[in-house]
Design a protein around this ligand. Sequence first.
Ligand SMILES: *Cc1c(COP(=O)(O)O)cnc(C)c1O
Length: 369
Amino acid sequence: MTKRIYNFSAGPATLPLAVLEKAQKELLNFKDQGMSIMEMSHRSSTFEAVLANAKNGIKDVLAVPDTHEILFLQGGASLQFSMIPLNIAQKDKNVSLINTGIWSKKALKEIKKQAECNVVASSEDKNFSYIPSISDQAIDQQSSFIYLCSNNTIYGTQFKQFPNTNNVPLVADMSSDILSRKIDVSKFGIIFAGAQKNIGPAGVTIVIIRKDLLARSDNNLPAMLNYNSFVDSNSLYNTIPTFGIYIISCVIDWIKDQGGLAAIETNNIEKANMLYEAIDASDYYYCPVEKHDRSLMNVVFRLNDTEEKEKEFFQEAENKGLSGLKGHRSVGGLRASIYNAHPREGIEALIDFMKTFQATNQSKSQVMA
Ligand SMILES: *Cc1c(COP(=O)(O)O)cnc(C)c1O
């Protein structure tokens, strides 16, 4: 077998090796059914047990209260930018949105097609390098919901606490930090996430919705765009992405094996701190994000050097099996995505590489200068 590299890709992202090995072992003959999980009916009892394990597993590890429903949908996180206002925006009411970068801007654009949407806080003035503060009083109680993105995959910022919104449902795009830490689900009206960063393969979107909000959906919505279709059918309104659900179910079991979200969170803090400390301790690298708002999932950094050198860094790292470190095409620079499944050894290898690269290149430019 060829050697697995360290994968720092922002998404689809690295999965736990134990999960991949389990899937490989079970591929040809799943639970003695003589076929793979991909080849069996989504209405078979064998598959339904997998779906139940995924759903109950998320409920357990994230402590989702009975007031909330867990759904598995398709269309990526991006479909939710439209589906959320279609279902829960109320007539003659506005929507409030906190703008922390490209993903919240994309949501804004789609929400505006359904409702008036006001940006109530933004960090655009400093190129999204921080999380804007919003006082609880500033939240417009007349909004049908308030929208934010909990972790900004591209800019490397993350909400460490969430606003108290009183009666206004808080809607959060958690695509890049769901299941990375403990959260109080009861504070949210809707949490949604594409699976491909922290939960499994691309093709499944997880939506956790407070049940009372389901009454807001108009009966005339297309069935595939109405949350109720999926609530009423246990996410089996149509053919669910069965293989994706299976991998999610395995990832949830893996999270439990690690000790649940408390242990995952501790590990994530330690991993991110190792990397941020290495960046801060060096005069060759820097992190453009304000310290208290730095993401534990996406570590954005730059070189105190030319963009050409950043390209060289990226290329040399690729050659050394440290893959996917290029920053998002819209912002440049470098980014190490270190989701739950990214092993500590990968971060140690990256730090070693950074030291060597600095030693080689910094001295060279000093000699030339
Ligand atoms: C990746 C990402 C998305 C887009 O997800 P798709 O499943 O590709 O639609 C949306 N929001 C955030 C925060 C992301 O990181």
